[in-house]
Design a protein around this ligand. Structure first.
Ligand SMILES: [Zn+2]
Length: 382
C-alpha cells in the first residue's frame, strides 16, 4: 500500500480518521476539512502507534494500517468464522479468543486471527452449551459467551502449558533455542541521538548475547541481518518456524524529555488479566539482574499485546535498555563494558528462568564463569 502522511487527503484518509474517532483518539469532526491528514490526525496516529508498540512515526504504512483496521472491530460487530484462504483478524477475534480461554477452552495464544484452533475451541464450547456447533460466532453463541462466568482462575491453560514446558525442559541451557531480535535495522535506525542509532546498539547487544549463549551450548538465532529490517510479523514467523523456546527483542528507548531514563521489560499480556506467566517471570528476572548489575533506574515490567509479543508462539519479551535521549544512559550505552554487563545479565536471567528458583544465588552475583562451570558440571554429571 501507499504510505499516508501529513498533507495527504482522500478516501483512505477519511477511513483512517473515522477509525481514530471510533477509538476515541480523534474528536468527532464533521466539517469540510475531515478528509485531510492534518496535525491532529498525525498526533492521533502517533498515540495509536505508541499504544500498539508500533514504530511511532505518525505515518500510516502497512503495519499501522492493519492494526487500525483490526482495532475498529468490537466483539459482536460481525459474525466470526474460520476462512481457510483468508483468515479474519481483528480486536473482536482477540476478545473472542480471550473469552474462550477464560472459560477453559484451548484457543491457543490469543493473536487476533481466527484460525483453526480458534474454531476448534469455539466448536467445543458450542457443543458443551448445547448450541449449534457450527464454529461460527454469531448472536446466540455470543450471548452465551457473555453470560458465563470464567471457570479458569489463576492461569489460563495455554500459559500453564508454557510453564509446564519450562519445568520439563530442565535447568541446563544446552540445547535450548532462543531467537534474539535486534530492533529496527536497515533504513529504520530507531531512535537516533547525536549520531548514535538504536538499530546499531540493538545489533551490538544481540551479537554480545549470541556469543555468550552459544558458549553455554544454547542455540541462538538472530531474527534479522545487520542491515535489514523485517516487519514484526516476519520476525515472529521466523521464531515460530524455528520452534524457539524463547524470543527476546532488544531495543533502546528515547523520549522528548532528557530526564526519562532506565530499563523496562515488556511481556505478552492484556489489561483483562491474560498474561504469559513465563514471559512475565522472564521479564522480572531481566529487570532484577540488569538493575542490580548496572544501577539503572528500574522502569519495571509491563504487559503488552504488541504484534511481536502476540504473534510469537513461545514466551516472548521485549527489553528497552536505557534512553539514548538521557545523557547518563547515553554515555553508558556507548561503553562496551556496559553492553557486556547487560549481555551477561540477560544470560543469567534466562538461566534463572530455567532454574525455577533452585540452586539460586542472590541477584546480580551469578557470573558468566559461574554459569559456564554450572553447565559443565551438570553436563558431566548427567
Ligand atoms: Zn525500538
Amino acid at each position: 500500500m501507499q504510505l499516508l502522511h501529513r498533507g495527504d487527503a482522500g478516501p483512505a484518509v477519511s477511513e483512517i480518521r473515522s477509525i481514530l474517532v471510533t477509538l476515541g483518539l480523534l474528536p468527532p469532526n464533521g466539517h469540510a476539512g475531515s478528509t485531510t491528514y492534518d496535525a491532529s490526525v498525525e498526533h492521533a496516529v502517533r498515540a495509536f502507534q505508541q499504544q500498539r508498540g508500533l514504530i511511532t512515526d505518525g505515518v500510516v504504512g502497512p503495519a499501522t494500517y492493519r492494526a487500525l483496521t483490526d482495532a475498529k472491530w468490537r466483539l459482536g460487530d460481525r459474525s466470526l468464522a474460520y476462512f481457510v484462504s483468508r483468515p479474519v483478524s481483528g480486536d473482536d477475534v482477540f476478545a473472542l479468543q480471550e473469552r474462550l480461554l477464560e472459560l477453559g477452552y484451548d484457543a491457543g495464544r490469543p493473536d487476533g486471527i481466527f484460525g483453526k484452533q480458534t474454531e476448534h475451541a469455539l466448536r467445543s464450547f458450542q457443543r458443551e452449551y448445547a448450541l449449534n456447533a457450527d464454529g461460527i460466532c454469531g448472536p446466540a453463541t455470543l450471548r452465551s459467551l457473555k453470560q458465563l462466568t470464567p471457570k479458569v482462575r489463576g492461569g489460563r491453560p495455554v500459559y500453564l502449558r508454557e510453564q509446564e514446558k519450562v519445568r520439563r525442559a530442565g535447568p541446563r541451557l544446552r540445547g535450548k533455542r532462543i531467537v534474539i531480535d535486534p530492533g529496527h535495522g536497515g533504513n529504520d535506525r530507531g531512535a537516533v541521538v547525536n549520531g548514535v542509532a538504536e538499530a546499531d546498539l540493538a545489533w551490538d547487544f544481540a551479537r554480545r548475547l549470541e556469543g555468550r549463549m552459544v558458549a553455554t551450548g544454547m542455540e541462538a538465532l538472530i531474527s534479522r541481518g545487520p542491515g535489514s529490517c523485517p516487519p514484526d510479523a516476519d520476525r515472529a514467523t521466523f521464531a515460530n518456524e524455528a520452534g524457539a523456546d524463547l524470543f527476546l527483542s532488544l531495543h533502546v528507548d528515547s523520549n522528548r524529555s532528557p530526564e526519562a531514563q532506565g530499563v523496562a521489560t515488556f511481556h505478552f499480556g492484556t489489561g483483562n488479566g491474560t498474561t504469559s506467566n513465563v514471559g512475565e517471570a522472564l521479564a522480572g528476572f531481566l529487570q532484577r539482574e540488569i538493575v542490580a548489575r548496572t544501577g539503572m533506574l528500574d522502569c519495571r515490567t509491563h504487559p503488552k499485546s504488541w504484534e511481536v509479543l502476540r504473534w510469537t508462539k513461545m514466551p516472548a519479551v521485549r527489553l528497552e535498555v536505557g534512553y539514548l535521549s538521557n545523557p547518563r544512559d547515553h554515555a553508558r550505552l556507548l561503553d562496551p563494558a556496559f553492553r557486556d554487563t547487560v549481555a551477561e545479565a540477560v544470560l543469567v536471567a534466562v538461566k534463572r528462568l530455567y532454574l525455577l528458583g533452585k540452586d539460586d544465588q542472590p541477584t546480580g552475583t551469578f557470573t558468566f564463569d559461574d554459569l559456564l562451570r554450572y553447565e559443565l558440571t551438570r553436563a558431566e554429571g548427567a
